[in-house]
Design a protein around this ligand. Structure first.
Ligand code: SF4
Length: 108
């Protein structure tokens, strides 16, 4: 009986290690495939006021609500695929999956 518990425990440990190694390998595999994650949070070239506005409106490159993101915001100006877009309200680069407190549903 002790041996069985020990074997089961070893199996769980090995399964956990396998799952962990797969998760750790995903970013490496993405880089190896040449697919980089889009980052649009660079504020280089912006004035202090423009940076402050991004912070005040809590702009982030991701959205907690999948139904509300920059790509479906009325103020978003899309760029080409896999590129940062722009916003008529906030200066700087804007992630299509980003979000800020001024999100407004796209009507057209
Ligand atoms: Fe994104 Fe906010 Fe600009 Fe809308 S107003 S596009 S949510 S940054």
């Amino acid at each position: 009986m002790t041996t069985r518990v020990s074997t089961l425990s070893r199996r769980k440990v090995l399964e956990g290690a396998l799952k962990g190694s797969v998760l750790l390998a995903l970013p490496v595999l993405q880089l190896a495939c040449g697919k980089k994650e889009l980052v649009c949070s660079d504020t280089a070239g912006l004035t202090q006021d423009e940076i402050k506005m991004r912070k005040t409106l809590e702009y982030e490159d991701s959205s907690a609500d999948p139904a509300k993101n920059c790509a479906n915001c009325q103020l978003y100006k899309a760029a080409s695929a896999d590129q940062c877009g722009a916003c008529t309200l906030l200066k700087g680069t804007i992630h299509p999956k980003g979000f800020c407190k001024s999100w407004a549903a796209k009507t057209t």
